[in-house]
Ligand binder design. Sequence first.
Ligand SMILES: NC(=O)c1ccc[n+]([C@@H]2O[C@H](COP(=O)([O-])OP(=O)(O)OC[C@H]3O[C@@H](n4cnc5c(N)ncnc54)[C@H](OP(=O)(O)O)[C@@H]3O)[C@@H](O)[C@H]2O)c1
Length: 217
Amino acid sequence: MKIAMIGAGFVSQAVARLAIAHGHEVMVSNSREPKTLFSLGYGLGCRTGTAEDAAVFGEVVLVAVPLSAIGDLPAAALAGKIVMDANNYYPQRDGQIPALDARETTTSQMLARELPDARIVKAFNAIEARDLVKDARPAGASDRRALPVAGDDAEAKRIVIALIEQLGYDAVDAGALEDSWRFERDKPAYCIPFDPEGLRKALAAAERDVEVPRERR
Ligand SMILES: NC(=O)c1ccc[n+]([C@@H]2O[C@H](COP(=O)([O-])OP(=O)(O)OC[C@H]3O[C@@H](n4cnc5c(N)ncnc54)[C@H](OP(=O)(O)O)[C@@H]3O)[C@@H](O)[C@H]2O)c1
């Protein structure tokens, strides 16, 4: 499959490594000229391009940028594309976003507003980038981790689930984009290793107004 990354940071590099190891064609991109990714592309063994190039190239496109940058994405080129949304909200980086602070929306619903014609699936946001390659395991491994996904497009979600399962994780369907708050930052399911049953329990235990920073779990 052709998998593109918008963003060339920690998350995109880790997902790119896994995808390349499983035989996918990969392109990474950032907000600057592709020449700024020359060494990265060489090191990973993948193509590089602009965000627009990545949107055109990918059958599945990972968006892994600061949440504050989602208004700058190539929305027209992403129309109809399956978009995996790895973004999280960190006010110290992204600024205060009142609709998120008031729990009126989710980060993925915000992305969906920016990309109204993309098929968005929340994925890869609830695992630390540094764990992504290290913790990947083949299907059936006793210590295989589960990762949550959410989305409104059933076929897109099915394709992303199959990809996650190929890349080394069990996938747990956490519902629609409006339900994806259950695995946003500081919810019980956020960035903690779980098997599928443990992840389902953590998702069910989430309370919309309650943040549980990891150091207090
Ligand atoms: N790090 C983690 O452990 C982790 C885990 C799960 C989820 N997340 C979330 O995933 C997202 C990415 O995290 P990260 O750690 O990978 O961030 P990062 O290392 O800071 O990388 C962000 C990337 O986005 C690019 N970028 C910024 N604005 C862009 C734009 N308008 N168009 C295209 N590319 C743009 C940056 O490149 P240029 O500035 O050069 O364009 C950079 O390559 C964040 O929302 C983060 O909260 C992070």
